[in-house]
Design a binder for this molecule. Sequence first.
Ligand code: NIG
Ligand code: FE
Length: 387
Amino acid sequence: MTLLIDNIGELVTNDPSLGRGQLGTITRAAVVTDGGRVTWVGRAADAPAADERFDAAGGAVLPGFVDSHSHLVFAGDRAAEFAARMAGEPYTGGGIRTTVAATRAASDDTLRATATRLRAEALRQGTTTIEVKSGYGLTVPDETRSMKIAFEVTPETTFLGAHVVPTEYAGRPDDYVSLVCGPMLTAVEPYAKWVDVFCEQGAFDADQSRAVLEAGRERGLGLRVHANQLSAGPGVRLAVELGAASADHCTYLTDADVAALADSDTVATLLPGAEFSTRSPYPDARRLLDAGVTVALATDCNPGSSYTSSMPWCVAMAVREMGMTPAEAVWAATAGGARALRRDDVGVLRPGARADLVVLDAPSYLHLAYRPGVPLVRQVIHNGVLI
Ligand code: NIG
Ligand code: FE
């Protein structure tokens, strides 16, 4: 069945060869999809006939958002911890263990219900591709069921057994790293596409992080790193050295970190929800972009440091607080996320791409930043299907 999305006021293709500027925009545009793929993109006046028609009513149309960093498999919430931070308490990452305890105590059905609910919440807001991490189980069975549930929700699954050292391994971090690199990795491997590590003071140091990433790589997993979130540590340079697809957070960077990223294929994934919710300084996207670094935006959706599933909100925050132009932020939330997941079939609207589109109740993508917090996503089309 072919579908014509017609009467598009402004189409963002993210393909400069198809339209104007970095976003490859086309005004008075149309898109045709067939079997979950885009088959045609261009001026509405030139559009071919199709079996069905969707009227975008003059609204802007974008590629579906690509949220390349989330932690949707957990139980409980940490609203009280958030309130304490807003009253001046610092964020240390120590609250991760609170969620680990709640997650271990929860049934599979409870974990599945939360992950499914949050995935649906994100989809309604235009996120058509999402990465989901484990990391709140931290035993072989709890990480395995977390990864199974993540894999039910998305193919972009990341094993984060190295999130923190669990309390039963206190004082024996290297024993825990051995567990992660051995039996835990073996158990989760069927459900994992990526491996990640929280490289930070209080979590895992450079040697431990390297061990986890190299063990994952030996099993054929792609690499991602929680890097330089709370301090200018070794995470970013380790990510670059090992060829990670993405270094995530990048809040505290030295000039050497920025130079290393600029000279690499590693995407800097910025997570404004984490700085918002921990009352921390925002990462400097402008510095990264000016140095030539590829930047992605993602939600980091998790119950501790960033309990948002909204990519439009991340775009608005990145524009207002991180020095990005609206065009740069929209690119980072779509094509940038796709780069961070090493995907070329999403984050772009051109023939052959996946038919993942967002129709806005606004004439231009600019409104995503111009009208913060407003539910502008009128229609989501996922795999060619109207949601
Ligand atoms: O990406 N930094 C480490 N992990 C999460 C926080 C998890 C939590 O606080 O529960 C993050 O921000
Ligand atoms: Fe995270």
